[in-house]
Design a protein around this ligand. Structure first.
Ligand SMILES: [Zn+2]
Length: 188
């Protein structure tokens, strides 16, 4: 197994069409999810024989000699690579909101600008970690104040967990609507 490296190949496919799907899903050889790659890079990987196409889109692209190619939706690497996707996602406010799908953990609202709630309040020794922080609307955050969920009788609708990069990307794809395709292919 080798570490993953971006191919330094120059691509001949220069013209990008309006509204075309520009990102392709790249799977590892074992069908685990790796990354999203731009279609230009996808063609480079195809040209180098590094990937096989699992599913095409209906979009085509013409190269400089006039030959048409279907833009792939999902590709799989022929050779299995070691990945960093089991690593942990860094804690940031934005990443907590993404994990919680921009929904308040207590009331489920998506409308407002969300804040971060410490499940066990900071004043009570609660830490600023993925396991102790959730997205919360301002009203819920204010209502809960310096109390624990059971003291405030406010219950979490989701689990506060430290996501791996792979789990985190899956959530991002669900938000993008790509998840269903991956599920259908047995990736998740
Ligand atoms: Zn709320």
């Amino acid at each position: 197994m080798t570490a993953y490296q971006a191919p330094g190949v120059f691509c001949q496919f220069g013209i990008q069409r309006e509204n075309m799907m520009t990102q392709c899903v790249l799977l590892n050889a074992d069908y685990s999810f790796l990354n999203m790659v731009h279609w230009k890079r996808a063609f480079c990987l195809m040209a180098k024989g590094k990937v096989e196409v699992v599913r095409d889109t209906q979009q085509t692209i013409r190269n400089s000699s006039g030959k048409e190619f279907k833009v792939p939706a999902v590709m799989r690497l022929i050779k299995l690579i070691r990945t960093i996707y089991r690593s942990r996602v860094a804690f940031t406010k934005r990443n907590v909101l993404t994990r919680d799908r921009f929904q308040c953990a207590y009331c489920g609202t998506r409308k407002e600008k969300l804040s971060i709630d410490h499940i066990i309040p900071k004043s009570r020794g609660g830490q600023t970690t993925f396991e102790n922080c959730v997205a919360a609307c301002k009203a819920c955050n204010l209502k809960k104040g310096g109390r624990t969920p059971s003291e405030a009788k406010m219950y979490l609708n989701l689990k506060a967990f430290q996501p791996t990069i792979s789990e985190f990307l899956r959530i991002k794809f669900e938000n993008l609507g790509v998840y269903e395709v991956l599920k259908e292919l047995g990736v998740y």
